[in-house]
Design a protein around this ligand. Structure first.
Ligand SMILES: NC(=O)c1ccc[n+]([C@@H]2O[C@H](COP(=O)([O-])OP(=O)(O)OC[C@H]3O[C@@H](n4cnc5c(N)ncnc54)[C@H](OP(=O)(O)O)[C@@H]3O)[C@@H](O)[C@H]2O)c1
Length: 336
């Protein structure tokens, strides 16, 4: 790129969804802002699709308040929200390897995906596999990585084991059911009535409708329990875990507006020190190798992102509001 072209790019603008202050989805505004450039180790991506994650809600609301220590005390210091994206590489920064201009990629950023362009660390991207649309690829990072790392790394799930996924109908849950099947496990999915058929179609061996049946009162015992809801006590969860089972906690917020899941995580860890079962919190980390594995699973037809809604960038606030209600089926994708 010539100096003149670089300068034009640096002074270019773009449309983005901006949170000028903390609040609900109603604070979100469509604004014209400076276009980012690819820094060291980064790739500039023209966003073609972005997906709404529950993590976006922390950046938007600034809750639990403890996150403001990192996000900005009075207002978000990275006001463009959005983690998950897929799009086309338009520039490659110094030291960024593995991608060329024109490549179709998908991945995750800390913030900035709800925009026409975003600069992404190359290590948080992978190529979109053949057979997957950009909307489907954008639906994969947060949910697929959380499910994969929760089941494989934290849960140590192996072929032939029994796993229960509590909260199986959302973004992470629909990915978890499919990844658990791909790992060779026997899968029980817990969801409400309207999601039962969808989860059967994704391959769940057993589906428990929580509106009629309490999964913690059954006689089945699970080798791994992936909890995406945090609505039961640790005693309840442990009751259905095998004696050497692993509880993987990805949710839970008894700490309220101030500390959110932090107190729950502490409780999970401390309980794990005194009981025979393994009790572990999950913190997903975006990694290229794991994104590439998700791409392989998707290309092989073993992982099909479930997309409930698609909408244009201008309707991002409504999309975020829908996910904030907490009853999503799979993912909501913004097509840019
Ligand atoms: N630790 C990490 O690194 C990490 C990363 C990503 C996500 N997470 C967390 O993982 C959780 C799930 O995320 P997500 O993206 O899948 O959320 P989501 O897409 O918003 O889905 C939430 C799902 O939970 C279902 N649900 C609500 N109440 C339920 C109950 N009592 N029992 C079973 N299911 C219930 C909802 O459907 P119905 O209301 O119809 O039942 C909905 O389908 C969130 O708490 C999120 O913050 C953690």
């Amino acid at each position: 790129m010539s100096d003149a072209q670089q300068s034009t790019l640096e002074h270019a603008t773009m449309t983005a969804i901006v949170a000028p202050r903390y609040g609900s989805s109603e604070v979100l505004r469509t604004q014209t802002v400076p276009r980012p450039v690819a820094g060291d180790g980064q790739v500039l991506v023209r966003v073609r699709a972005a997906a709404v994650c529950r993590g976006d809600l922390h950046l938007l609301t600034g809750k639990p308040y403890a996150v403001r220590l990192g996000f900005g005390l009075r207002r978000p210091k990275d006001p463009i929200i959005g983690h998950d994206l897929a799009g086309e590489v338009v520039a490659v920064g110094a030291g960024a390897t593995g991608f060329d201009r024109g490549d179709l990629v998908f991945g995750a950023v800390d913030a900035g995906a709800f925009a026409e362009y975003v600069s992404v660390p190359a290590e948080r991207l992978a190529r979109v596999p053949d057979g997957l649309t950009v909307a489907e690829a954008a639906a994969l990072p947060d949910s697929g990585l959380t499910a994969l790392q929760g089941l494989r790394d934290v849960g140590g799930l192996r072929a032939g084991q029994k796993v229960l996924v509590n909260g199986a109908s959302g973004g992470v849950g629909t990915a978890a059911v499919q990844i658990a099947k791909a790992l060779g496990a026997e899968v029980t999915a817990v969801c409400s009535t309207r999601h039962v058929e969808m989860l059967r179609s994704l391959g769940a061996d057993l589906v428990v409708d929580y509106t009629t049946t309490d999964f913690t009162s059954g006689t089945d015992r699970y080798d791994v329990l992936l909890d995406l809801v945090g609505n039961r006590s640790l005693t309840d969860y442990r009751r259905v875990l095998a004696p050497k089972g692993v509880f993987v906690s990805s949710a839970g917020s008894p700490g309220g507006d101030w500390f959110g899941p932090v107190l729950w995580v502490g409780k999970v860890v401390l309980t794990g020190l005194v009981v025979g079962q393994t009790m572990r919190p999950l913190l997903m980390r975006p990694r290229r190798a794991d994104l590439e594995l998700l791409a392989v699973l998707a290309a092989e037809g073993k992982l099909r992102p479930v997309i409930e809604r698609r909408c244009p960038l201008a309707a991002a606030a409504a999309a975020v509001g829908h996910v904030a209600e907490g009853h999503a089926q799979g993912k909501t994708v913004i097509v840019v």
